[in-house]
Design a protein around this ligand. Sequence first.
Ligand SMILES: [Zn+2]
Length: 147
Amino acid sequence: MIVYELGCANRHRFEGWFTSRDDFKRQLEGKLLTCPLCGDGVIERLPHVSYVNTGAPGAAVKAQPEPPQQYANLGAEVLAKLIDHIIETTDDVGAAFPEEARKIHYGEIDERRIRGTASVRDIDALQEEGIDVAALPIPAHRLGKSH
Ligand SMILES: [Zn+2]
């Protein structure tokens, strides 16, 4: 799974999730990509890639109290929409996140996009194993499960 930072003609920035580089090219050339925030179809890959999720077949994400740097340019309304989008397209595994991310990485369970919480130590351990974890600006009260 690869995560690219993408932008639309209205200067929205958002992430695109692809199974491979070729998958991204195919979707881009087939004009299958649209901005999740405004529906614009003119999408380009932004030169600055904040993270690339090549390690884990299932995208591993964690919640963070403060929006990370790559979202700092988004207004509150756009950010709220982005968070909605992430919540709709990922499966909340709560505090089981590190364990689930490993199972996906090692192929023990089917690949899927997950979100959840993890300690800084857990994140370090996951990254040492080659499982890349993306920090997301999801406030704790939006995570769903209690942690
Ligand atoms: Zn847009």
